[in-house]
Design a protein around this ligand. Structure first.
Ligand code: SAM
Ligand code: FES
Length: 360
């Protein structure tokens, strides 16, 4: 590593920001030494805020039916071979009940953009989970909706919303999505969610087709400016029944590097070590934690539907019981000196804002 590169990394650690051109250089010039230094600084920053805690979120994949046709995604509309399912309100509630018994205090309802989940249906599900488990947070990850819809869901009790921006470069966005989807609408959704008062998560795939060091630099700048509460990044993995089926996957190495950089930009961010990372490398999630991540999202979906929520090839954790999944994660985290915690794990910045509002 050159001394200029080292200086850049220490400045990022001190100031939490670089110019877009510097982010691109940081990525382009990276080597093992730079990654190690970044990980060391990222772990120090994360420990100062969160100690050794790794937060767990119970992921309930509520539907594999989607009206969208994102070119990278295994459950896109045009994949005629996909085996589709949709969970009923009762099934979702029973996943949450099971998760509660296992210690989960956050439930993430994720799925394709399935028109069945109109506002009234979804609001009823959210408010019922909150009624039965008032000490839990509900996170939604159900794609693009109108501002009115986001507002209704928030009023029904939803606390957080995950919507990856996918790429902060409009032209790159148009190469990953069909014509009817737009970068402007994605950004509109993220702004609405923040203004409404959700804890908001953005994020992107590492190594998606047409991604460059320059588009990644834009992603980092966007994260720096938008200041999300959560940030989901994981490697792109091709799915054989999509237009990108023959593309190269992203790398674990670059994902770990970017996890550390994001931790230095936003010391308080909730940063998952994703299933995609664990799919590319059997120790991917542990490596993610050692690079600065602090969240894992075990699967709480009914075992019989898990294989059908196939976003990419060879996705892991599609066969285990939730309890087994959790025990295995616990063992994995303690093997690298961390422990799973079961509290809600809200974003520290969000909690401060709320306390301020209450005390005024
Ligand atoms: N429909 C919702 C949305 O669009 O936000 C949530 C479901 S979507 C499947 C969740 C995320 O999966 C996407 O934001 C995308 O980044 C990720 N994803 C989709 N296909 C992928 C692939 N082939 N490899 C890695 N991640 C993928
Ligand atoms: Fe809709 Fe992936 S295209 S969830």
């Amino acid at each position: 590593m050159e001394s200029r590169e080292k200086e850049r990394i220490y400045r990022l650690d001190r100031e939490g920001r670089l110019s877009e051109a510097e982010y691109a250089k940081l990525i382009r010039d990276r080597d093992e030494e730079a990654s190690e230094l970044l990980a060391e600084l990222a772990v120090k920053k994360r420990k100062a805020v969160f100690g050794d805690a790794v937060y767990i979120r119970g992921l309930i994949e509520i539907s594999s039916i989607c009206r969208n046709n994102c070119l990278y995604c295994g459950i896109r509309r045009d994949n005629r071979k996909a085996d589709r399912y949709r969970l009923t309100k009762e099934e979702i509630l029973s996943c949450a009940d099971e998760g509660y018994g296992l210690g989960f205090r956050t439930f993430v309802l994720q799925g394709g953009e399935d028109p069945y989940y109109a506002d009234d249906v979804l609001c009823e599900i959210v408010s019922e989970i909150k009624r039965v488990h008032p000490d839990c947070a509900v996170t939604l990850s159900l794609g693009e909706r109108s501002r009115e819809s986001y507002q209704k869901l928030c009023d029904a009790g939803a606390d957080r919303y995950l919507l990856r921006h996918e790429t902060a470069d409009a032209e790159h966005y148009s190469k990953l999505h069909p014509k009817e989807m737009s970068f402007e609408n994605r950004m509109r959704c993220l702004t609405d969610l923040k203004e409404i008062g959700y804890q908001v998560g953005c994020g992107f795939m590492v190594g998606s087709p047409f991604q460059t060091n320059e588009t990644l630099a834009k992603d980092l700048k966007f994260i720096e400016m938008f200041r999300p509460d959560m940030c989901g990044i994981g490697p792109f993995i091709p799915h054989h029944e999509t237009p990108f089926g023959g593309e190269k996957p992203g790398t674990v190495e670059c994902t770990l590097f970017l996890l550390s950089v994001i931790r230095l930009i936003l010391p308080e961010v909730l940063l998952p070590a994703t299933t995609a990372l664990g799919t590319l490398d059997p120790n991917g999630r542990e490596k993610g934690i050692l690079a600065g991540a602090n969240v894992v999202m075990p699967n709480l979906s009914p075992v019989e539907v898990r294989k059908k929520y196939e976003l990419y090839d060879n996705k892991i954790c599609t066969g285990e019981e939730s309890a087994q999944c959790l025990q295995c994660l616990e063992a994995r985290m303690s093997s690298v000196g961390y422990h799973l915690v079961t509290d809600r794990g809200d974003s520290p910045e969000h909690l401060r804002k709320r306390t301020k509002k209450v005390s005024v």
